[in-house]
Ligand binder design. Structure first.
Ligand SMILES: Cc1cc2nc3c(=O)[nH]c(=O)nc-3n(C[C@H](O)[C@H](O)[C@H](O)COP(=O)(O)OP(=O)(O)OC[C@H]3O[C@@H](n4cnc5c(N)ncnc54)[C@H](O)[C@@H]3O)c2cc1C
Length: 656
């Protein structure tokens, strides 16, 4: 009864929509759909499916029919009805989202098979149906799917506890922006179950279910919903109407409710970020600015890229390290220089200060206006940076900085620079972190040529009595090491992710090359010595990625000390693995790989820079040894205060 009342209430909406469709001409419906949409939040399954059916009858290609896919399914696998039904659902959800139906649904179905070849085995599990739906989610701009699966009490397909009550009905009420896929078992009179069939619920009118059957989606089918009676509690049957009797028993088995949730377009999500990165990369490439961090930041602030890992109270989105890892990895696929365009980057150090002047600088990052360099390394101290010589002297209202920094990236592009010096006590390891404008009085910048990562400059700076007000000291006086060492764990992890991405893309390029480059009458892919590294490096990169995810989760749980050895190890091995992968790709490109016709050579030299930047591979490895096997190894290497183990000393005076 409840169903009936709700459905009657919606009849007028449906009629209105269909009338509009008719007035505008059926043949042109495809193009008209978004304009016809009375109100996106009011589009029902009935409206969306009816519109698609009309379009399909007119054009014949808007819905993939089951029969078109059946030949692809394994002989033992039944029909392609679930795959076709999910494809139709995806088109309906697009209409509900205010989009046009996808122009090539057949291609999408084939891509889904490529993505998950197990679909070709047919007889899909409930999980496979849900996964397929989620696979299609990327074709629903700005929308997310919420999927609920409800199973019959006697369903052998039920995989979770969501079983409909033996005394009640499955939820067959259709809300706007919602699609229901029904699956029912089909049995012969002997009771032998032939398999499951999948249809889309269009509406429930009284006890009559109107459905779209992927077998012939252009027309409606209807069934009478019948409860199984007191002895078969919770069982429901889809009876054929009297004029269409067939010898099969259809028993309702599963209801998949797919609800579309429109996402605020101003809130980034990963899929949208990826497509924005792609679009920005191709625009900036045509302007020869692909590697320019300032242009990236200006161009991408509108969709939140520089603000992803900054706090919400300054306009950021507070993405977790685990989420950020994937953004860095994705950006790295385009170019390793994009390691500098994602999130707040080194400005995140400023999160350790709460002076309003510092917060204002961070807001500038969110807006895409501010960009930060960081200077630690000095002419005489790099790996051994705690011995640095730059000084900070306390004066009234601030500090005066002196010293020289060298081999620092970004100084020509930055609006501001973070400088690390000794604190006024001047003791080793007692450091201060300051932020100052790049044009601060007394700062002099020098620039060198560099062999990679050319989106940023490479050089140094001299500080001659540079005054910095107190509010630009980040963290407490003398505690600078703690401030930036935490930041550098995060940063090294993200740099490794970018390196992984850059190498993954190089391997993809290598795979394409192996298929297309013909030598001695055949593709070079036939040389197994070129294939083997693809397998090896793919797995090594996956291993690095898996470890990176683990480290990111530790950071998200604020377990930095546990994350530290993983991240130091990853910074070493992740970058080395990436280097080997790109080197293998370069080899497969022969002479072309050494030219700028392809970007493999850039990837190689950029990774060479990254193997030094942010802690060299050697130093990172030593740090892993220190964490894993004891500090004495580090002290042995860095202090020279080792003692020969006593047991190995020959006894004094004993003749040899
Ligand atoms: C592309 C790039 C960008 C950079 N960006 C910045 C930046 O923005 N800001 C900044 O301050 N610096 C930056 N640097 C500098 C970088 O951090 C240092 O170069 C690096 O830390 C190494 O220091 P170093 O050059 O003094 O080498 P050294 O410390 O002199 O090391 C020389 C060699 O000795 C090895 N070594 C040193 N100590 C050990 C040890 N304990 N165990 C094993 N081996 C050891 C090193 O691995 C290296 O091979 C950048 C460097 C590059 C290449």
């Amino acid at each position: 009864m409840k169903h009936r009342k709700r459905n009657r209430a919606r009849q007028s909406n449906i009629l209105f929509f269909l009338l509009l469709c008719l007035c505008c001409g059926l043949g042109n419906l495809h193009a008209q759909l978004p304009e016809l949409r009375p109100n996106r939040s009011e589009v029902t399954a009935d409206m969306a499916l009816s519109a698609l059916q009309m379009d399909h009858l007119a054009s014949g290609n808007v819905l993939v029919e089951q029969g078109e896919l059946d030949p692809l399914i394994a002989k033992s696998g039944g029909g392609a009805c679930p795959t076709a039904a999910v494809g139709i659902a995806m088109q309906a959800l697009r209409v509900m989202s205010g989009m046009k139906p996808h122009a090539s649904p057949h291609r999408l179905a084939l891509a889904a098979f490529r993505n998950n070849p197990e679909l070709l085995n047919g007889r899909l599990s409930n999980k496979q149906v849900v996964d397929l739906m989620l696979h299609y989610q990327k074709h629903l701009d700005n929308s997310k799917l919420a999927i609920r699966v409800q199973s019959a009490p006697n369903s052998p397909y039920a995989t979770d506890a969501n079983i409909w009550d033996t005394a009640g009905l499955p939820d067959l009420m259709l809300q706007p922006n919602e699609i229901k896929i029904l699956s029912y078992t089909v049995s012969e009179p002997s009771g032998h179950v032939l398999g499951r069939h999948f249809v889309l619920l269009k509406k429930l009118d009284g006890d009559t279910l109107f459905v779209v059957d992927p077998h012939s989606p252009g027309n409606d089918r209807h069934y009478l919903l019948e409860a199984g009676g007191s002895e078969s509690c919770g069982r429901y049957f889809l009876r054929y109407p009297p004029e269409f009797q067939r010898p099969y028993t259809n028993e309702l088995n599963t209801v998949f409710t797919v609800r579309i949730e429109h996402v605020d377009a101003t809130i980034p999500d990963f899929e949208r970020i990826k497509s924005h990165i792609d679009a920005t990369a191709s625009t900036l490439k045509t302007q020869d600015k692909l590697r320019s961090p300032r242009d990236w930041r200006r161009e991408t602030a509108s969709f939140g890229l520089p603000a992803l890992d900054l706090p919400t109270d300054i306009g950021g989105f507070e993405w977790s390290a685990e989420q950020m890892l994937e953004v860095f990895r994705y950006a790295g696929r385009h170019d390793l220089n994009l390691r500098d365009v994602v999130g707040g980057a080194h400005s995140r150090i400023l999160l350790h200060a709460d002076a309003p002047e510092v917060t204002e600088l961070l807001r500038g990052v969110v807006k895409g206006e501010k960009y930060f360099a960081i200077t630690i390394t000095e002419p005489d101290y790099g790996s051994d940076f705690t011995s640095m010589e730059s000084t900070s002297r306390k004066v009234e209202g601030g500090y005066v900085l002196n010293g020289q920094k060298r081999f620092n990236a970004r100084l020509d592009q930055a609006t501001d620079v973070i400088v690390i010096t000794k604190n006024p006590e001047g003791l080793r390891g007692k450091l201060n972190v300051f932020v100052l404008p790049i044009d601060a009085k007394g700062l002099k910048i020098e620039t060198f040529g560099a062999h990679g990562l050319t989106g940023n400059s490479y050089g140094g700076l001299t500080m001659s009595d540079v005054f910095v007000p107190d509010h630009f000291l980040i963290g407490e006086d003398g505690k600078g090491y703690d401030v930036f060492s935490k930041h550098f764990l995060y940063w090294r992890l993200m740099q490794t992710a970018a390196a992984i991405g850059t190498a993954e893309q190089a391997l993809q390029q290598m795979a394409d090359r192996l298929k297309t480059r013909i030598v001695f009458g055949g593709p070079i892919g036939r040389f197994t010595h070129l294939q083997q590294p693809m397998g090896q490096h793919t797995t090594e990169l996956k291993m690095a990625h898996a470890l990176a995810v683990q480290a990111a989760r530790l950071i998200d749980q604020d377990r930095y000390s546990e994350a530290e050895p993983l991240i130091n190890g990853l910074k070493a091995e992740g970058v080395e693995i990436a280097l080997k992968a790109v080197d293998a790709a370069a080899r497969a490109f022969g002479g072309e790989g050494f030219s700028d016709l392809v970007d493999i050579g850039d990837r190689l030299r950029d990774l060479n820079g990254l193997r030094i930047a942010d802690g060299t591979t050697d130093v990172m490895r030593s740090a892993v040894v220190r964490s894993q096997f004891g500090r004495e190894f580090w002290d042995m290497a860095t202090k020279g205060n080792f003692e020969q183990p006593k047991s190995e000393l020959p006894p004094p005076g004993k003749p040899q």
